[in-house]
Design a protein around this ligand. Structure first.
Ligand SMILES: Cc1cc2nc3c(=O)[nH]c(=O)nc-3n(C[C@H](O)[C@H](O)[C@H](O)COP(=O)(O)OP(=O)(O)OC[C@H]3O[C@@H](n4cnc5c(N)ncnc54)[C@H](O)[C@@H]3O)c2cc1C
Length: 343
C-alpha cells in the first residue's frame, strides 16, 4: 500500500480543520449507524495506552422557535443513544456559558456519551499502521496523471516519480472528482462546502459539552483548553485551500455572543475547511470502474465514521464479508449517484 499525499504533511486540509466531535445529531440513518459502528474503535487505546476519543457530552439547545427541531433531533439521537431532556436549570448547570430563558435557550437534549476526537492522533495512528505493515506514506506527492495499462494503473506524481498498482483508492476529499477525471472514471458530482471556525480567548470550564443549537445556527466546544465556535455555515466552494471570509467570522462571533454570555474581545484564530458532500449526503464507498475504488464524500462526519468507513472499504477491496448487517452496501456505492444524476 502506498499513500500519496500532495501536501508536505498529513491533515493540512479537512481532516486537520475539523471540530473533531462525534455525535448522533448529524446526518441520516446510515450516517448514524456508521457513527455508532465507529465508537468502539475510537475508544480503543493504542499501544501507548492513548485512545483517539474521550467522552465529551453533546448538548443540543433550543429557544422557543426551535422546540420542534429539538423534538426531531430527539427522535434521531435516541436510535443509538439515551439522551436526557433538560430544562433551564440543568442547562445552566451543564453549560454555564449559555444564555437561558427569554433571550436564549429554554430546553435541551443532553447525550453524555458523545465523544471528543483527536484528529491528529487518528491520522498519525493510521499512518503508523500503514508503515508497520510494510506500506509507505509519501507526502509532497501530488498525483498528476493516472493511466490504465492492462490490469494496472500507472500513477504519475508531479516531479516525475511513477507508481503502478492494480487498485487505486480515491480518498482525495474535495479533489476526489478531479482524481476520477484524471483516471477517466465518471465523477460522482461531489460538492465541497466551506465551513468557518473561530477560536476565542475565554476561559472554558473543563466539563463544557459540545453545545449546538437544534436548528443549524451555532455550535461551540472546548478543544485543547480553547473555546471554538462555528456558525454552522455551508458555502459552495471549488476544491481549494479554503480560507475564512471576514463576514462569516463576524457572524460566528455575533451568534456566540447572542447564545452565550461570552464577550468576544479578540478572535485568537480562525480558519475554514471544506466539507465535501455527495447529492444525498451519504459517503461514497465502493468500486467505480475496474480497480478504481471511491472513499469520498465524507461531508461533516469523516472523522466520527472513519473506522466504520475504513472497515467497509477494506471488506469490499479485499472481497471479505460485509461488516454491517444493517447497512446495504448499495446505499454507499458510487453507482447510486450516477443513477440519481441520470434521473
Ligand atoms: C470546519 C469543519 C468541522 C468539521 N467537524 C467535524 C466533526 O466534528 N466530526 C467529524 O467527524 N467530521 C468533521 N468534519 C469533517 C471531516 O473533517 C471530513 O469529513 C474529513 O476530514 C474528510 O477527510 P478526507 O480524507 O476525505 O479529506 P481531506 O482531509 O481533505 O484529505 C484529502 C487529501 O487529499 C489530498 N489530495 C488532493 N488531491 C491530491 C492529489 N492530486 N495528489 C495527492 N493528494 C491529493 C489533499 O492534499 C488532502 O490532504 C469537519 C470539517 C470541517 C471543515
Amino acid at each position: 500500500v502506498v499513500v500519496l499525499e500532495a501536501e508536505r504533511s498529513l491533515g493540512v486540509h479537512s481532516s486537520g480543520r475539523s471540530a473533531a466531535h462525534s455525535h448522533f445529531g448529524i446526518g441520516d440513518a446510515i450516517v448514524r449507524q456508521l457513527t455508532a459502528a465507529s465508537r468502539d474503535a475510537l475508544l480503543q487505546p493504542d499501544a501507548e495506552g492513548h485512545a483517539a476519543a474521550e467522552l465529551q457530552g453533546a448538548l443540543f439547545v433550543a429557544n422557543e422557535a426551535m422546540l420542534p427541531d429539538l423534538a426531531d433531533l430527539r427522535a434521531r439521537v435516541t436510535e443509538h443513544a439515551d439522551p436526557e431532556s433538560v430544562g433551564e436549570a440543568e442547562l445552566r448547570e451543564l453549560c454555564p456559558l449559555l444564555r437561558i430563558g427569554d433571550t436564549g435557550a429554554v430546553a435541551g437534549l443532553y447525550d453524555r456519551t458523545a465523544l471528543k476526537l483527536d484528529a491528529d492522533r487518528m491520522l498519525q495512528h493510521a499512518a503508523r499502521g500503514v508503515r508497520a505493515r510494510g506500506g509507505q506514506v509519501i507526502t509532497g506527492a501530488e498525483v498528476a496523471s493516472i493511466d490504465r495499462v492492462g490490469q494496472e494503473w500507472i500513477v504519475g506524481v508531479r516531479g516525475g516519480s511513477e507508481f503502478k498498482a492494480p487498485v487505486i483508492v480515491n480518498g482525495a476529499g474535495a479533489w476526489a472528482d478531479r482524481i476520477a477525471t484524471l483516471a477517466g472514471v465518471p465523477p460522482v458530482g461531489l460538492k465541497p462546502l466551506r465551513r468557518t471556525m473561530i477560536g476565542v480567548d475565554h476561559p472554558v470550564p473543563a466539563s463544557l459539552p459540545f453545545t449546538k443549537t437544534a436548528r443549524d445556527e451555532l455550535y461551540f466546544l472546548a478543544s485543547g483548553g480553547a473555546l471554538l465556535a462555528s456558525p454552522v455555515d455551508e458555502h459552495p466552494s471549488a476544491a481549494i485551500d479554503a480560507a475564512p471570509e471576514e463576514e462569516d467570522v463576524a457572524i460566528a462571533a455575533d451568534r456566540l455572543e447572542r447564545w452565550t454570555t461570552v464577550t468576544v474581545r479578540r478572535i485568537a484564530h480562525c480558519w475554514a475547511g471544506l466539507r465535501t458532500f455527495a447529492a444525498d449526503r451519504v459517503p461514497v464507498v465502493g468500486w467505480g470502474e475496474d480497480g478504481f475504488f471511491w472513499l469520498a464524500g465524507q461531508g461533516g462526519i469523516g472523522l466520527q465514521t472513519a473506522p466504520a468507513l475504513a472497515a467497509a472499504a477494506s471488506a469490499l477491496i479485499t472481497d471479505r464479508t460485509w461488516p454491517y448487517a444493517g447497512i446495504d452496501p448499495a446505499a454507499l456505492a458510487p453507482d447510486r449517484l450516477i443513477n440519481l444524476r441520470a434521473s
